[in-house]
Design a binder for this molecule. Structure first.
Ligand SMILES: [Fe+2]
Length: 313
């Protein structure tokens, strides 16, 4: 087999020159950095905030040493990176409507082992998410992230140019949410939710507004079709891109410790939560954030659909 004709040229981020207060340790070239030396139980000063924001742009996923966070500290960490966002359809922590609790155990088998960026069916998907693993199975339960900027950079120029002219339609209808919502709220609930959250069309290649990197922004969970091409062509293209994005060169798989913390940039990564631990228990709490300048969330996505539908069912 011939050698790969277009490996990615990596210019490592100048960590010593760029960072004075934190020292990111990338786990792969310019990707998935561990951050030591920040006490997340204390207020974070402006210089450290700036460097953490820069690190998220540079490395796309950040990990902090395990430390239990209160819901307030968790929300405060998300606020380092953006405005509080409504999140998805997961249940909420009591008294903390913006802290989603994702709980899997014997009765609730894990089901998010599918590659995706979060909520790409919204007109403006969230910028990112901070998660903490609060309960971890004895073995397994890793999370993997894929770099969408690396995946784009490694494509041949001809295919890059072709993809840059395309848009794709994203919808939660093709994800597990549809079945879950039908269970909660019936077909009427699904129809109501579709009116609230209809499919959206977005470019297949997006330019990250802050880093300037081009990213491949289609995913297996929510991207239904490529617009304006025959469905077989689109289906083949999406399948190729799905396979391309998750090549090991672009993927970092993280082994958690209890109370491990991660932040990801939802605009430049996809993630996949492994389900190899069932029937054991794994609990994650997460807080989602939007761009600075976005109006802070006043209602959760769940409240807009699930709570409302079940209240009137
Ligand atoms: Fe997700």
């Amino acid at each position: 087999m011939p050698a790969h004709p277009n490996p990615i040229r990596i210019e490592p981020v100048d960590i010593a020159g760029r960072y004075r207060h934190i020292r990111p340790q990338p786990q792969q070239p310019n990707f998935a950095a561990r951050i030591e030396g920040v006490d997340l139980t204390q207020p974070i000063g402006p210089e450290v905030r700036r460097e953490l924001q820069q690190a998220l742009l540079d490395f796309e996923v950040l990990f902090f040493p395990p430390q239990p966070l209160t819901p307030e500290q968790h929300v405060a960490l998300a606020a380092v990176f953006g405005e509080l966002a409504p999140g998805a359809f997961f249940p909420r922590k009591d008294g903390h409507p913006f802290v989603e609790v994702i709980e899997f155990d014997e009765k609730r088998p894990p089901e998010i082992n599918i590659w995706h960026s979060d909520l790409t069916w919204l007109p403006q998907p969230p910028n990112g998410t901070v998660i903490q693993i609060t309960e971890l199975p004895a073995q397994g339960g890793n999370t993997a992230w894929a770099s969408l900027s690396k995946a784009f950079a490694a494509l041949s120029p001809g295919l890059q140019a072709y993809l840059e002219g395309l848009t794709a339609t994203h919808t939660w209808e093709i994800s597990g949410w549809r079945q879950a919502l039908e269970k909660y709220a019936g077909l009427q609930g699904v129809a109501d939710a579709l009116r609230k959250y209809p499919p959206v069309s977005r470019p297949v290649v997006q330019v990250h507004p802050e880093s300037g990197r081009k990213v491949l922004f289609v995913n297996e969970n929510f991207t239904r079709h490529i617009d304006g091409v025959h469905f077989r062509e689109g289906r083949g293209l999406l399948e190729f891109l799905r396979e391309w994005i998750v090549q090991p060169e672009f993927v970092y798989q993280h082994k958690w410790a209890p109370h491990g913390i991660a932040v990801w940039d939802n605009r430049s990564t996809q993630h996949y939560a492994l389900t190899d631990y069932w029937p054991h228990r794994r609990v994650t709490q997460r807080v989602t954030f939007n761009a600075f300048g976005t109006a802070p969330a006043t209602q959760t996505t769940r409240a807009a659909v699930v709570d409302e539908a079940t209240a009137t069912a």
